[in-house]
Design a protein around this ligand. Structure first.
Ligand SMILES: [Zn+2]
Length: 292
């Protein structure tokens, strides 16, 4: 799942590739992905891409004041295509292709563009065509961006104060902090040497400062690693940069202990017992629920 660093990189990539180009057309193959009807998606045809920006995990292509907003969700991805002029017309209901954005041909006759794909059966990829991206419900509800300068230790303190949720859940809640998902919340908590089950409101000022440092450093480093990579190389880069997430059974880089996994909400999380929980494995609640 693309999170803040990957979406930031895709933003830069699209800015370089697409700004200044005219949109020939946007083909919506997976009709359920399109969440808006006014303006219609055909309104994008003939407009020029004037800017690309990011809101949390949302990509925003400004096309002369009409915005194409994209949320890749859990299994979505963006694939850049150097030349779509020979591409077959898309038929709904076949394969992972959800949306195709075709750009006008360049001087050499190549018509580049990009495709949004979604693997799996749960279709959550979403696109919006809107004059005001702030009206997209997921964007309107976003918490502060952790790479924004206003995200200070004091801002984090006001977020955790009085919040009785587990810190793992708080970090991935887009309404609380924008852009962090399942992978980077594991990474941040490992860097902060903090149990994922710790209750947010119990953090001391020193722990809040450590957590803030871990959030900003982890995301900035991931953004730097992803910077300048082509869309197709981002997935591998994300995977290779992770220290605990999806590394169950492997040794921790920091202390050599074995990385463990425990269920959390609708998925699972990974952590290092020595670094994060005083050496004690966390109880798997999903298992105990099944045994009842
Ligand atoms: Zn460790």
């Amino acid at each position: 799942m693309p999170e803040l660093p990957e979406v930031e990189s895709l933003t830069g990539f699209l800015r370089e590739q697409a700004v200044g180009r005219t949109i020939l057309g946007v083909d919506v193959v997976a009709i359920q992905a399109l969440k808006t009807f006014d303006p219609p998606v055909t309104a994008l045809g003939g407009l020029t891409v004037t800017g690309v920006s990011r809101h949390g995990k949302f990509l925003d292509l400004d096309c002369d004041g009409v915005h194409l907003v994209i949320h890749l969700a859990r299994a979505g991805w963006l694939r850049w295509r150097e030349d779509l002029s020979g591409a077959k017309p898309v038929r709904p209901g076949k394969g992972p292709l959800a949306v195709r954005v075709r750009l006008a041909p360049d001087d050499e006759g190549r018509a580049p563009g990009f495709e949004l794909t979604e693997a799996g059966t749960q279709k959550r990829l979403a696109v919006y065509v809107t004059k005001n991206p702030d009206e997209v419900p997921g964007i309107a509800a976003l918490g502060p961006d952790p790479l924004d300068e206003s995200f200070t230790p004091a801002a984090l303190k006001s977020i955790v104060s009085g919040n009785r949720t587990q810190i793992k859940g708080l970090l991935r809640d887009q309404k609380v902090i924008a852009g962090i998902g399942n992978a980077y919340s594991d990474e941040v908590l490992h860097a902060a040497r903090m149990s994922p089950f710790k209750i947010a409101s119990t953090l001391t000022d020193a722990q809040i400062a450590d957590l803030h440092e871990a959030i900003v450093t982890t995301l900035r480093e991931a953004v730097e690693r992803a910077h300048g990579l082509a869309a197709k190389d981002l997935k591998a880069e994300k995977k290779s940069g992770l220290r605990v997430h999806n590394r169950t059974g492997q040794p921790c880089d920091v202390c050599g202990d074995t990385i463990r996994e425990v269920s959390f909400a609708d998925s699972s999380l990974q952590y290092c017992p020595t670094c994060q929980t005083g050496g004690k494995p966390l109880a798997d609640r999903r298992l105990s629920r099944l045994l009842k």
